[in-house]
Design a protein around this ligand. Structure first.
Ligand SMILES: C[S@@+](CC[C@H](N)C(=O)[O-])C[C@H]1O[C@@H](n2cnc3c(N)ncnc32)[C@H](O)[C@@H]1O
Length: 259
């Protein structure tokens, strides 16, 4: 009898392999097959042993090489064939990664699933950029928000709630809708001078950090030609990056640009 397969939904962190969990690394080294997305960093992929089968499914902000249904079917057939599958997903599998959908599909088809949390872009990138997501006196809460619009192009967010000046906003997938986000937040009362950090390819060699203001957010994206993956952090805590981000001595520390 074939031994039962299993799918490990593993968070790969934001890019830097040093941000992987010990468990993620152990599972990557022991897997029969690794199925991974575009957002998984090169350094993490470098940990996959040479003889391990790897399948790229190329998902990033809705651009799929394989549609989600085909990814689900692939994971199911690999598990049913008795494989130990590592499904590597950028950041944390349960934060804007459709990890919940994959887990539900597999569990409903009788496949054992284990989820291994990862460092999400918000905390990994915030930490390296010198931006504490909460900070006494500056931010008493933080919200992770998707900037990905619905199929009808609408971005239905709770603008009034998001305008709270004591709440840090971390916008995932927000480059395209940044003009709407900035305009709606300002209209709802968030000060136009609120500092904003835009971080492209965070925690990797290619990282770029741009500091702007809410009013200038769309222009800053244009001016610097920012591309996905970029994380947008909005709030008073971004003002700490000048002091705390400089403490980092990596190449990115020299590359911070204003506006
Ligand atoms: C589909 S979401 C996946 C989020 C992921 N599950 C996580 O927990 O970080 C993809 C978005 O996350 C953000 N992101 C993920 N990794 C990033 C990185 N290394 N640098 C900048 N943004 C990143 C970007 O906003 C990107 O468009």
């Amino acid at each position: 009898m074939t031994r039962p397969g299993k799918v490990h939904l593993v968070g790969a962190g934001p890019g830097d392999p040093d941000l992987l969990t010990v468990k993620a690394e152990r599972l990557i080294r022991a897997a029969d097959v690794v199925v991974y997305d575009r957002l998984v960093g090169e350094g993490v992929l470098g940990l996959i042993p040479a003889g391990t089968m790897r399948v790229f499914v190329g998902k990033e902000s809705g651009h799929h090489i394989l549609p989600q249904e085909r990814i689900n079917d692939l994971l199911l057939s690999l598990a049913r064939a008795g494989r130990q599958v590592v499904r590597l997903k950028g950041g944390d599998p349960y934060i804007f990664g459709r990890g919940g959908e994959e887990a539900l599909f597999l569990v409903r088809h009788g496949v054992a699933v284990e989820v291994v949390p990862g460092v999400s872009a918000a905390s990994g990138i915030g930490a390296l950029a010198g931006i504490p997501l909460t900070h006494r006196g500056l931010a008493s809460s933080v919200r992770f928000v998707t900037g990905h619009a619905r199929e009808n192009g609408r971005l239905d967010l709770d603008w009034q709630g998001l305008a709270d000046p004591d709440c840090t906003l971390v916008i995932y997938m927000g480059l395209t809708t940044a003009p709407t986000i900035a305009a709606q937040l300002i209209a709802a009362g968030r000060p136009a001078a609120t500092p904003v950090a835009l971080i492209e390819n965070g925690t990797t060699e290619a990282e770029r950090r741009i500091i702007a203001t809410l009013a200038d957010l769309p222009q800053a994206i244009e001016r610097h030609g920012l591309k996905p993956p970029t994380l947008i952090l909005i709030g008073k805590v971004v003002g700490l990056a000048a002091e705390l981000g400089a403490a980092e001595d990596g190449p990115a520390a020299d590359a911070v640009k204003h506006g």
